[in-house]
Design a protein. Structure first.
Length: 145
């Protein structure tokens, strides 16, 4: 009987200690993605552009990205490619031959930081990316357009 009690107590203690030291592993909220319809780009193309956007967004301390929506094939015009090529980028080595636009919504930090109004939902924030002949996407500019 004493042996059974000792084993039971040991199991209870180990079970209680099992939760000690666990870190909060709550995942960030999922970003809602609207791929729309495109005859120019595959979902894989768009996902590659989204990764670039999300990497940049991750540097925006305290902001929470809620959604990204493809801006449509019409935004990928020769005129817009020319405009993006006219913007000066340090990293750009070749002229862009393709561009893609995403619009986003995000929430700014509760406390005032950087250029954001505190605790504000921003909608319609644009992300323009360019690439050369199917290469890697580069973030060219973002903001309200």
């Amino acid at each position: 009987m004493k042996k059974l009690l000792a084993v039971s107590l040991t199991i209870m203690i180990l079970g209680t200690l099992g939760g000690c030291g666990k870190q909060d592993t709550q995942e960030p909220p999922k970003v809602k993605i609207d791929y729309g319809n495109s005859e120019l780009y595959t979902q894989e193309d768009m996902d590659a552009a989204i990764q670039v956007i999300e990497a940049e967004f991750a540097t925006w301390e305290g902001c929470e990205l809620h959604s990204l929506a493809y801006g449509g094939d019409a935004a990928c015009s020769d005129e817009n490619i020319e405009w993006l090529n006219g913007l000066e980028m340090k990293e750009q080595t070749e002229p862009f031959t393709q561009c893609i636009l995403f619009s986003s919504s995000f929430h700014s930090p509760v406390e005032q930081r950087d250029a954001w109004d505190a605790d504000t939902e921003y909608e319609g924030w644009q992300w323009w990316l360019g690439r050369c002949d199917g290469g890697a996407w580069e973030l060219v500019t973002c903001g309200y357009g």
